[in-house]
Design a protein around this ligand. Structure first.
Ligand code: FES
Ligand SMILES: [Fe+2]
Length: 364
């Protein structure tokens, strides 16, 4: 890993927590190498402050919350939700520089999003679309896992699902995924990989879903449409429909998926450090919406599948650290992740300070 070059942009919204994680208890979390403390104000809004007291740097997460104010657990400086010190023990006059950084926060689609970069650039319209997470036409739930690897390895993993064949053979993997052709496209901030597998046997997971939801057993048309949004969100449109029922799009027109079951695997991966990340995922479905039991089963089932990924990713990170000069070769299957990495690199480059101008000295 390159110690000098940043591995992530700062001017971006990053998922910092699931909505349910943040309440009236102080929550400490490292986001993009910055220690942050989060809490809900009395009006329900989330505040995110630098987790280090202005006075002697004790983490504020070790302090106490009263109303909307946070008291440091060492010498009792009090801060408001904007990070400004409002009280110092044993003195009337407050030092005007006494404040800690407050981060822009947006709560949307079940996540608390934090902007660790320049607050003036924090446009809420840039929060990635993950609406399936709280849309009444979809049902689901997810989890957070902290993985000991560079967040870009998780992005690579999601952009190339041929790994399902080898890593997830007992659930969603099958030969067809590794063998079917795919199309990779990209925009300014997005990269998409589309794969259709027509008239195939469904893998165990999807065979179970379409039978449960529609009572159907037989060949299916299967799809995986992976959409990356820079720097670290990957939403995957997945599902199967009765073979030949018209699910694949034709001549630019969307297909008819009414004889199928559709899910969205929602992933957003927040760098914690250069070598670790917070991986937020959820699985939302558009069938059997009222079955809470199915929501629970699916969440636990997907958690098992992602555990298989976690083992691979952490082992890969250890191997990469052991071979810092190893050069990677890309295969056709790496097209999506190559685009994702290019878009990430572009965001990082846009934040890099301009190279110094070396004045030309004219000969006397
Ligand atoms: S370290 Fe926080 S008040 Fe002294
Ligand atoms: Fe996987």
């Amino acid at each position: 890993m390159n110690a000098t070059k940043s591995t992530f942009p700062l001017n971006a919204w990053y998922a910092a927590a699931y909505d349910v994680e943040v309440g009236r208890k102080l929550l400490a979390r490292t986001i993009c190498k910055q220690k942050i403390v989060m809490f809900r104000r009395t009006d329900g809004q989330v505040a995110a402050l630098e987790d280090a007291c202005w006075h002697r740097l004790l983490p504020l997460s070790m302090g106490t919350l009263e109303g909307d104010e946070l008291t440091c657990g060492y010498h009792g400086l009090v801060y408001n939700a904007q990070g400004r010190c409002t009280h110092m023990p044993s003195q009337e006059t407050l030092n005007p520089s006494a404040c800690v950084r407050a981060f822009p926060v947006v709560e949307k689609h079940r996540f608390i999003w934090i902007w660790p970069g320049d607050p003036a650039k924090a446009d809420p319209a840039l929060v990635p679309d993950m609406h399936w997470n709280d849309d009444p036409d979809w049902a689901g739930d997810g989890k957070l896992i902290t993985v000991k690897c560079d967040y870009r390895l998780v992005v690579d993993n999601l952009m190339d699902l041929t790994h399902e064949t080898f890593v997830h053979g007992s659930s969603i993997g099958q030969r067809a995924v590794a063998e079917a052709p795919f199309v990779a496209t990209h925009g300014d901030r997005t990269a998409t990989v589309t794969r259709w597998m027509e008239n195939i046997d469904a893998p165990p997971f999807w065979a179970g879903q379409i039978e449960h939801a529609r009572g159907y057993r037989g060949k299916v048309d299967r799809w995986q449409i992976i959409r990356f949004e820079a720097p670290c969100t990957v939403n995957i449109d997945v599902g199967v429909a009765e073979a030949g029922s018209g699910a694949p799009p034709e001549d630019g027109r969307p297909g008819d998926r009414s004889k199928g079951v559709n899910g969205f695997v929602l992933n957003t991966v927040t760098p914690e450090t250069d070598g670790s990340c917070h991986y937020f995922w959820a699985f939302a479905r558009n069938y059997c919406l009222g079955e809470q039991r199915l929501t629970h089963q699916l969440r636990e089932g997907v958690a098992g599948i992602f555990r298989e990924d976690e083992l691979v990713l952490e082992a890969q990170q250890i191997a990469i650290d052991e071979h810092p000069d190893h050069k990677f070769y890309n295969l056709n299957i790496d097209a999506g992740s190559m685009w994702a990495r290019r878009l990430i690199d572009r965001m990082i480059a846009q934040e890099a300070p301009p190279a110094p101008v070396i004045p030309i000295r004219l000969a006397a």
